[in-house]
Design a binder for this molecule. Structure first.
Ligand code: SF4
Length: 686
């Protein structure tokens, strides 16, 4: 199985046992006050489980290049100590680790790190991402920065790293030099194609000179900026060949910038979409005679199956997977043992990883809330290594919080029984799995249920636990109450009319909703429902269709235009009292879902006051105080949730230790990330 993955390979002088690289992820563990202990534990677990080569998150080569306050800086002695701890931990577990040399350029936040000053870039082109206009780099700034890359590489080798990767894509500083959009200079560092690629080449020359010929150097190149005004395709080709000539051992191929109008890593992007970029670069290298430079494909390889397929024709040499290693550190080990079906798959939600990496909160994972907290919550041990005392616990509710609690308790060696009122496990998370583009959510439920079955945990489906069951529950050592939520009602005249549904009823039978639909509510559930109602559920999008829909032709830079408005099966209107639709959706995803709604012709009205639901529609007052009547065949309420928690006081009264998790613990700020994290914590607290 996966014969192409499980073949030895090499990057320069470094032999690797297989073809999967753990791609760089910024974790917000890099600058903790724990001397790198959490960072080391995170990497160690992944090295132990067989990641061939781990690439660290970007470490800035100087303070002004730090992407945010949580970014390490190679010149900072504390950050170096943390990195050193990470290197030791990875080596102790038989792994290899490369340091990513990073400079954010105009993507840095002003004053992100002490002494950073104002962000710098080749030209003063405003960054919508960092919300600032950078200071122009002087020629002296440029040569000093090249020296900083070299010094960073030298430090990496001294710290014991096995390789370095120069970050030259995703719109960061080096990429800003190669793109006409952000390099408006007319001097030795810009003005024509050759001068635009001078900076990356000088950086590579300096890095190579600093570490010597025998030390592996990877360069992360942008295969397609996906930006109007991005690096032209012929200049990507020329840079590819020049980097190979300048001594790169491997080119890791990124796509897109943070400001790109094309989604690159969201769930709606078909798996393997960007492999074509890496393959094109490999062909370029082979045509130029650079047969010894490895090409690493990256982005949207959720499973080893897709990696194996990309590797199968020999058109790329390695595949970098990043988020899947957050979701399941055992990704490679399980697959190597012949059990890829036991991998806890990444669902590309970005909620606990990429969205957090833009701020300062520790990166983790919705489907694996242990990620980033490996010291606090050690991994489950095989039964023979566990030592008691073990207890017997009930988990009430098999939504995502209850499933997480149950699998954690079982992994700790306890006896567990799970009770679920519905006929199937999954709760609200199962609703999400019905949304087009979110089918992978069902895989998480399937994975967790399977883990419970493998652990011999009884899962009592269709078994509602009520107050009458409390005496029986006293036989357990404790209860995790994860009974979830119910849709909230709306105290509005007409809310009880027959054409009014709550969101759960709407998801249960979307086919029953036709014609014109008004959804009252503008949060994540309302948006998911609007998307579901306006999208053909059977429409599978291939990578080629996705690229065509987003006007990405081959390696041609993107035109920047929005996809055209398409025919939708229903006419949907979203109403919100507040000013912002989808306010709680993370920054990496919100713009994509909003654009999808616009493309489906969904009408969105904000700042409205609901007056009445009538048999034919909704009466409302708009933000200007004007009354309107909206015609609707169906009205759906998606106006929040109420916790199902009435068992908690009864259990406490009966003296049964109880911990609530997920919706049962309250609906403020409730989402699946909070729910699974609480499920994990509840299992350890009870
Ligand atoms: Fe994947 Fe979501 Fe976990 Fe990020 S938080 S690694 S996108 S499952």
């Amino acid at each position: 199985m996966y014969d192409h993955v499980f073949r030895a390979g090499a990057i320069g002088t470094m032999r690797l046992p297989h073809r999967i690289v753990m791609g760089a992820m910024h974790l917000n563990l890099e600058t903790g006050d724990d001397d790198g202990a959490a960072l080391a534990a995170f990497y160690a677990e992944r090295a132990a489980a067989g990641a061939a080569l781990i690439v660290t998150g970007g470490v800035a080569v100087n303070a002004v290049g730090a992407g945010g306050p949580g970014y390490g800086v190679i010149g900072d002695s504390r950050d170096r100590a943390a990195l050193s701890a990470a290197v030791r931990a990875v080596h102790e577990h038989g792994g290899r680790i490369a340091l990513q040399l990073f400079h954010a350029g105009r993507y840095a936040r002003p004053g992100a790190r002490e002494g950073a000053g104002h962000p710098v870039a080749p030209s003063p082109v405003h960054s919508a991402f960092a919300r600032c206009t950078p200071r122009v780099m002087s020629p002296r700034d440029i040569t000093t920065t090249i020296d900083d890359f070299a010094e960073g590489a030298r430090a990496a080798r001294a710290l014991g790293f096995d390789a370095v990767e120069v970050m030259g894509s995703e719109g960061y500083l080096i990429n800003q030099f190669t793109a006409p959009l952000t390099n408006l200079r007319d001097d030795a560092w810009g003005g024509d194609a050759e001068r635009r690629r001078r900076f990356p080449l000088e950086v590579l020359h300096a890095v190579r000179a600093a570490v010597g010929r025998d030390f592996p150097v990877l360069f992360r190149i942008s295969g397609n900026d996906l930006m109007a005004g991005g690096t032209p395709p012929d200049e990507v080709t020329a840079l590819t060949v020049a980097l190979a000539g300048a001594g790169a051992d491997a080119l890791s191929v990124g796509v897109g910038w943070h400001e790109s109008p094309v989604p690159t890593v969201q769930s709606e992007v078909p798996a393997g979409t960007w492999a074509a970029c890496a393959k094109a670069l490999k062909r370029t290298l082979l045509a130029a005679g650079h047969t010894d430079v490895a090409v690493i494909a990256a982005n949207r390889f959720p499973h080893l199956a897709q990696a194996d397929e990309a590797l199968s024709g020999g058109e790329v040499d390695f595949v970098a997977m990043a988020r899947p290693f957050l979701a399941d550190p055992q990704l490679v080990a399980k697959s190597a043992a012949g059990h890829p079906d036991r991998v806890n798959g990444c669902i590309a939600c970005n909620e606990a990883c990429i969205d957090r990496s833009f701020g300062t909160e520790r990166v983790s994972c919705l489907v694996n809330p242990r990620a980033g907290h490996e010291r606090q919550f050690p991994p489950p041990q095989p039964a023979r290594h566990r030592s008691g005392p073990f207890g017997r616990y009930a988990v009430i509710g098999a939504g995502i919080a209850g499933l997480e609690a149950a699998r954690t308790l079982a992994g700790l060696g306890h006896r567990v029984e799970v009770y679920e009122a519905a006929a199937r496990a999954g709760g609200q998370f199962r609703l999400a799995s019905q949304v087009p583009g979110k089918a992978e959510f069902a895989g998480t439920i399937h994975h967790h249920v399977r883990e419970l079955r493998d652990a011999g945990v009884p899962l009592h489906l269709g078994r509602r636990v009520g107050g009458a069951d409390v005496p029986e529950l006293r036989s357990f050592d404790g209860v995790v109450l994860a009974t979830g939520v119910l849709p909230a009602g709306l105290p509005l005249s007409g809310a009880e009319l027959p054409h009014v549904r709550n969101y759960a009823q709407a998801f249960a039978d979307p086919e029953a909703l036709g014609g014109r639909i008004v959804i009252i509510g503008g949060g994540g559930i309302a948006i998911d429902l609007a998307h579901t109602l306006t999208t053909d559920p059977d429409a599978e999008v291939t990578p080629e269709e996705f690229l065509a829909r987003h006007a990405v032709a081959g390696s041609t830079p993107h035109s920047g235009r929005e996809p055209a408005v398409r025919d939708a099966p229903r006419e949907v209107t979203l109403l919100r009292r507040g000013r912002r639709i989808g306010a709680g959706i993370g920054p990496s995803t919100r713009w994509v879902v909003m654009r999808n709604l616009r493309a489906a012709g969904v009408r969105m009205l904000t700042g409205v006051t609901y007056r009445e639901i009538t048999p034919t529609g909704v009466l409302l007052t708009d933000a200007e105080g004007t009354e309107h009547s909206l015609d609707a065949d169906h009205v759906v309420l998606a106006v929040g949730q109420v916790p199902v928690d009435e068992l908690a006081p009864l259990l406490r009264e009966a003296g049964v230790p109880v911990v609530t998790a997920g919706g049962a613990a309250g609906t403020d700020g409730l989402n699946a990330v909070r729910a699974t994290a609480e499920g994990l914590r509840a299992a350890h607290r009870i």
